[in-house]
Design a protein around this ligand. Structure first.
Ligand code: SF4
Length: 140
């Protein structure tokens, strides 16, 4: 919503299940004039952050060789700028790590210069290749 001097932006607070509907009024210089709709200070902080510098954690998987599963669950160590999430996913699509991996291992130090690391969120032991039995095709 806009009038001559003010633009109002709407956000949904994700700080708790109440899901308060937040409104941020911005003047024509891009400064926040007022935040409405929050039921607590956490909502005000969320609205300010979401309006000026929206950020997201990234949770996904990367390829892994020699593990008991072909994909390793990972997450960023913190929130990265929202407009870099797609690029981060593209970057992680190109990553392949080698088993074994321990939960909490740092796989990348600084994802796209965001200052956030990429860490494993589970153990991934090496597959025991001696336990894998070759299966003969069945001919009928
Ligand atoms: S403003 Fe406060 S009460 Fe409302 S959803 Fe956010 S955290 Fe919950």
């Amino acid at each position: 919503m806009t009038d001559a001097d003010t633009t109002t932006y709407a956000y949904l607070c994700i700080g708790c299940p109440l899901g308060c509907r937040l409104e941020v009024d911005e003047d024509n210089h891009g400064d926040i004039i007022e935040i409405r709709g929050s039921s607590c200070r956490k909502g005000d902080r969320y609205a300010q952050q979401e309006h000026t510098d929206p950020r997201r954690s990234v949770t996904t998987t990367v390829a892994i060789s020699g593990g008991i599963w072909p994909r390793l669950p990972v997450k960023t160590s913190g929130e990265i700028p929202k407009d870099q999430v797609l690029a981060a996913c593209e970057e992680l699509r190109r990553v392949r790590v080698q088993a074994p991996v321990k939960m909490g291992d740092v796989l990348l130090d600084d994802l796209l210069g965001t200052g956030c690391a990429v860490i494993a969120t589970r153990d991934m032991p090496e597959i025991d290749s001696s336990a894998v039995r070759a299966v003969e095709p069945v001919h009928r």
